[in-house]
Design a protein around this ligand. Structure first.
Ligand code: CTP
Length: 243
């Protein structure tokens, strides 16, 4: 018998199509750099794929009452401010195709709310946040790493506007926090993580060309996934015929 040894028999010949691993994208960058806009632009161009956006902010540790009393001394820009173990386990489950519950974080109360958000596994998973490229275990889950690189004056101006309007802060508090924690942590943790990025986007959401190139790349990669699926199905069919 000179038939190839890859011949398949019995029930395995009717095996379900192989599981298609989601394409995981990490989007990092300093505060108010336009990460959310970049993610929204990518999502708006994904017409045939299911996409889910996971925000690193959802994994902030809730502040205890004791820490809340001294909130102005708390560094929200340090890696330890996040529950990275929970983030990792949620991302690993989503990558395996399982549904997860992700906490909802409130920037006014500095606490995670009880009502967790259910997230379904999808073709594309985008993980966005200031420090998503910091931890090597989180980076290892990603198929594509993006750093949104926006001028720090522009970021500070946006941050003042956003924090006073949306997050219930006063201007002096925003400036003090920026000076004491946000800028030093950017220099110590966020900027050094830029070297891990595959793509650096200058000007964030204003850069249509960069977004188009990224979307083209994702489509190409997901197309390759589909080709693998077609080849795998062909293999099942041909080996069934050989029995
Ligand atoms: N932060 C805060 N208070 C908290 C939790 C976080 O002020 N209770 C701040 C941290 O100082 C950190 C910022 O929130 O710098 C992280 O959010 P940011 O990345 O600025 O928000 P995005 O909307 O994701 O930014 P972008 O404009 O890039 O989309």
């Amino acid at each position: 018998d000179r038939r190839p040894s890859l011949r398949s028999e019995g029930p395995s010949a009717r095996a379900p199509p192989p599981f298609k691993q989601p394409f995981v994208i990490g989007v990092a960058g300093g505060t108010a750099s336009g990460k959310t806009t970049v993610c929204d632009m990518i999502i708006s161009q994904m017409h045939h794929e299911s996409v889910v956006l996971v925000n690193q902010d959802s994994f902030y540790h809730s502040l205890s009452d004791e820490k809340l009393q001294k909130v102005h001394e708390y560094n929200f820009d340090h890696p330890d401010a996040f529950n990275t173990e929970l983030l990792l386990s949620c991302m690993e489950k989503l990558k395996r195709g399982q549904e997860v519950s992700i906490p909802e974080y409130n920037f006014k109360s500095h606490k995670s709310t009880e009502a967790a958000c259910k997230v379904n596994p999808s073709d594309v998973i985008i993980l966005e946040g200031i420090l998503v490229l910091h931890d090597p275990r989180v980076r290892d889950l990603m198929n594509m790493k993006i750093f949104v690189d926006t001028d720090c004056d522009v970021r500070l101006a946006r941050r003042i506007q956003r924090d006073t309007i949306e997050r219930g802060r006063d201007i002096q508090g925003v400036l003090d926090q920026y000076d004491r924690f946000v800028k030093p942590s950017f220099d110590e943790f966020i900027l050094p993580s830029k070297k891990f990025a595959d793509v650096i986007i200058p000007r964030g959401g204003d850069n249509d060309v960069a977004i188009d190139l990224i979307v083209q790349h994702i489509h190409t990669k997901l197309g390759q996934h589909d080709l693998c699926k077609i080849y795998a199905n062909l293999f099942v069919i041909t080996s069934t015929f050989q029995i």
